[in-house]
Design a protein. Structure first.
Length: 316
């Protein structure tokens, strides 16, 4: 695999390959010194044109654990626009000998554009509302491993997963719907009509506008962040009302099955979509998602950069 730009491009076979590699990387991460020489001498550059805490740090941690050299190019969204300046930036940095770019940008499709300008591998860390494939992979890995399943094309079969909230502005929802359904899960989107994207009728999902009706019947409750920075129209009357209908509060949490997992990609809006303290819920795997993110991103870097398995020291 040369790039990781979308779940669709990766395909079921690619998802299963990354999940298997992630299991090996998780073993590396349990060692006292969680570092292997797999990508020694290769340079991984993070190009983040949008704010990020966990994704950027997670990728950099992953690259360092594989012994790659890392560079960060942080740009405020306002100072650099798409077009020539981005092209110049990428060509300049590429000329220094870069193996992979990890890119986040507010414009959908930027990873495809970048791959025309450089020979380096491109990993999409979020493009606009479009895709966030490593989030979908780490979420899939979290569900699979927490439920004691092993990587396969049907490893999420029989599971009902609710994705709740601001689906319209969410690249996480788009990527996760593709990954979860590709592996056999049944997905229900729970949102007010105004926060569903145009064309959602063609997605392979069910749709509901009542969290109360759905919550008792799911294996996984995936809460999305209310993307206030992306809402220039008033799509919900006010956040208090949104929270009352679609937030996870203490009353709703009691409706969850004992075994249901509760997930969130972060950053969480406490008091909006997450009213209850998730740490009090038995099925809370939110910090596990973050921890798994490092193993999964190690797997992705290793896969796109063609690392040699012998260098991980893990039996495959
Ligand atoms: C997500 C993102 O930026 O797309 N966060 C993340 O990567 N952990 C989700 C979000 O911002 O709502």
């Amino acid at each position: 695999m040369k790039h990781l730009r979308s779940i669709e491009e990766l395909g079921v076979e690619g998802i299963v390959r990354i999940l298997s590699l992630s299991e090996h990387m998780a073993q590396v991460n349990q060692r006292p010194v969680p570092k292997v020489p797999a990508l020694i001498g290769r340079t991984v550059v993070s190009l983040f044109f949008e704010d990020s805490t966990r994704t950027r740090i997670s990728f950099e941690t992953a690259a360092k654990r594989l012994s790659a050299d890392t560079m960060t190019f942080s740009v405020s969204t306002s100072s650099v626009n798409k077009g020539e300046s981005l092209r110049d930036t990428v060509e300049t940095v590429s000329a220094m000998g870069v193996a992979a770019f990890v890119v986040r940008h507010k414009t959908s499709g930027i990873p495809w554009q970048l791959s025309e300008w450089t020979d380096a591998c491109i990993i999409n860390a979020g493009d606009g509302w479009h895709q966030h494939p490593t989030q979908a992979l780490l979420d899939t890995y979290t569900v699979m491993s927490t439920l004691g399943r092993t990587p396969s094309a049907t490893c999420l079969a029989g599971l009902r997963i609710a994705i709740v909230g601001d689906v319209r502005h969410s690249r996480v929802a788009r990527s996760n719907v593709q990954a979860f359904t590709a592996l056999g899960a049944q997905v229900v989107l729970v949102a007010p009509r105004t926060l569903l994207p145009p064309g959602v009728e063609d997605w392979p999902v069910e749709i509901s506008s009542s969290l109360d009706e759905v919550i008792g019947d799911v294996d996984v409750l995936y809460m999305l962040r209310m993307q206030r920075e992306r809402m220039n129209e008033s799509l919900v009357p006010h956040l208090g009302e949104y929270s009352q209908r679609f937030g996870l509060d203490e009353r709703r949490a009691t409706l969850l099955r004992d075994t249901a997992l509760v997930m969130h990609p972060g950053p969480m809006n406490r008091g909006v979509e997450m009213v209850v303290d998730p740490a009090t819920l038995p099925g809370n795997v939110i910090t596990r998602q973050v921890a798994n993110g490092v193993s999964v991103r190690m797997a992705v870097l290793f896969d796109v950069l063609g690392g040699s398995e012998a260098t991980t020291g893990v039996q495959t």
